[in-house]
Write a protein that binds this ligand. Structure first.
Ligand SMILES: [Fe+2]
Length: 269
């Protein structure tokens, strides 16, 4: 693996990866909100040679500090899948954790499988509290919505392949709305004070709109909505980052897609 000499910025590194049809997982957040409409089969044969991937993985260790909580994982974007993804339903990446590092616990609706390339019995992934050693050629499963972290207490670098059921199967705003509606109780004072701390007008409008839509179920009062309303955007903004058209909800200056407004998606059995 090549030794990295010059320190480059993360922005420069991201631009380089793009030329190689690779995306760092840390860039992936906005993509999740674009995965609407279900899977549309597409993609083409493409090879990511280890010579390049190995070098870029080593560089990622250099440019991405451990304090960045996103995984140091390089994700392979098929040039025939413009929305991103290694196939139209799967995203594969290769992840590296340096000696002594921890990739902090998180969870998501995406299930993952991991094939260990470089590791030993002292390196481990924790899945919902269960410690899974990571020896070479091991397969570790992380089912949907299970907490997982990765820990490397050794002096050697660990590396494995991740495969996730993402992105085209993700449900966009329908998934967000349905997930939020499964929460039976919100501490509404905490929600509004957190949104105010974030200081984002768009977030205030999104949260305010959701709370207003669920006023009865969540026992939302004007005192919860007013601080959010004061922070709402001065000009109309799109709920959806891709500017999906919809109707203007004037109370929040928010343009909301018709399916979200009317909750017209199919019933779940
Ligand atoms: Fe994860």
């Amino acid at each position: 693996m090549a030794k990295v000499e010059a320190k480059k910025t993360l922005e420069q590194f991201d631009a380089e990866l793009k030329q190689l049809f690779i995306t760092g997982q840390w860039q992936y957040e906005p993509l999740l909100s674009q995965c609407i409409g279900g899977p549309k089969p597409r993609g083409e044969a493409y090879l990511w040679p280890w010579k390049i991937v190995g070098e870029k993985l080593a560089e990622a260790c250099d440019v991405l500090e451990e304090s960045v909580t996103a995984r140091r994982s390089l994700l392979f974007n098929n040039p025939g899948v413009p929305m991103g993804g290694t196939t139209h339903t799967l995203l594969m990446g290769i992840q590296m954790i340096k000696a002594g590092e921890i990739a902090w616990a998180h969870r998501h609706t995406l299930a993952a499988v991991r094939f260990v390339v470089k590791g030993d019995g002292k390196i481990f992934t924790v899945v919902n509290g269960e410690k899974c050693p990571m020896e070479p050629n091991d397969l570790i499963l992380t089912p949907q919505w299970t907490w997982h972290d990765h820990q490397n207490p050794t002096r050697e670098t660990a590396m494995w392949v991740d495969v996730l059921d993402v992105p085209s199967n993700a449900g966009g705003w329908e998934e967000v709305w349905r997930s939020l509606e499964m929460v039976e109780f919100f501490d509404l004072d905490a929600v509004s004070s957190y949104v105010l701390k974030l200081g984002s007008a768009l977030t205030a409008a999104r949260v305010g709109f959701f709370l207003e839509q669920h006023r009865e179920e969540l026992m939302v009062e004007d005192k919860h909505l007013e601080p959010l309303r004061r922070l709402r955007p001065r000009q109309p903004r799109y709920l959806d980052t891709r500017r999906k058209p919809g109707k203007l909800v004037a109370a929040w200056n928010l343009i909301v897609p018709e399916d979200v407004l009317g909750r017209t998606w199919a019933e779940v059995a």
